[in-house]
Design a protein around this ligand. Structure first.
Ligand code: SAM
Length: 222
């Protein structure tokens, strides 16, 4: 059972932002994982993750979006979750961090809560830096969600390392990449990557933006 919102709001900031205490509470299911997406983005993720055999999320944190994916993907989907865990100044605000054990529990609960008729999801954990995984990754990816290192170099490295492994009708979602766009939000790093690769006269051939919502840009092969 989760703590009532009023109690959570009354918790002193020093306690609320303590990484170990938060992880213990998130892992136990007493508080939900931090939602790093809006309702619109969750709806986009739900629509796009259906019918995909292999889904890869780079940057999992407390498992907010991974838990949604674990609940929504088709039966038998391979859901690969990639995160080194701990604190990362290029990925999270200062003092934030997630612990592997707690995030695993969040995702396991979501996978277990799937209705029997929905069938199981196959969750694969990669406690690693995405750039290390990219070097050895072979299998085609049907949905790639880039939400790890948010520096321009880090986001670009994820694009460079993984986009060649995306299947012909696959999609790539890049989070926090719509700073300055109408109705958009984002961070400078991922926004610079998306603007440089997919917008304007110098846009990369062979890929195009197929959807964009709030902080998320979706690209696919053209
Ligand atoms: C913004 S959070 C991810 C939020 C998550 N996708 C969600 O929607 O709940 C960024 C995460 O990226 C992870 N990270 C940082 N550098 C990374 C890297 N090189 N490879 C994979 N993950 C990384 C951090 O540990 C952090 O948990």
């Amino acid at each position: 059972m989760q703590l009532p919102h009023v109690l959570r709001r009354a918790t002193p900031a020093g306690l609320k932002h303590n990484v170990r205490l938060r992880a213990a509470a998130v892992g136990a299911g007493v508080i939900p994982p931090r939602a790093m997406h809006s309702e619109e983005e969750a709806a986009l993720l739900e629509r796009l993750c259906r019918g995909r055999a292999r889904v890869v999320e780079l940057g999992v944190y407390e498992g907010g979006s991974a838990a949604l994916l674990a609940g929504w993907v088709d039966a038998g989907t391979d859901l690969h979750l990639v995160d080194p865990f701990g604190e990362h100044p290029d990925a999270l605000p200062a003092g934030w961090g997630a612990l592997e054990a707690a995030t695993r529990r969040v995702v396991a609960r979501a996978a277990k809560a799937r209705p029997e008729a929905a069938g199981p999801v196959n969750v694969h954990w990669h406690v690693a830096l995405s750039q290390d995984l990219a070097a050895t990754w072979q299998a085609p990816i049907d949905l790639l969600f880039i939400d790890g290192d948010h520096s321009e170099a880090g986001c670009r490295r994820d694009w460079d390392g993984f986009h060649g492994k995306v299947s012909a009708d696959g999609v790539v979602l890049i989070h926090d990449s719509r700073l300055g766009q109408p109705g958009g939000r984002g961070l400078p790093g991922p926004t610079a990557v998306v603007d440089g690769l997919f917008r304007g006269p110098g846009a990369l051939a062979g890929w195009r933006i197929v959807d964009e919502v709030d902080r998320t840009t979706v690209v696919a092969r053209s």
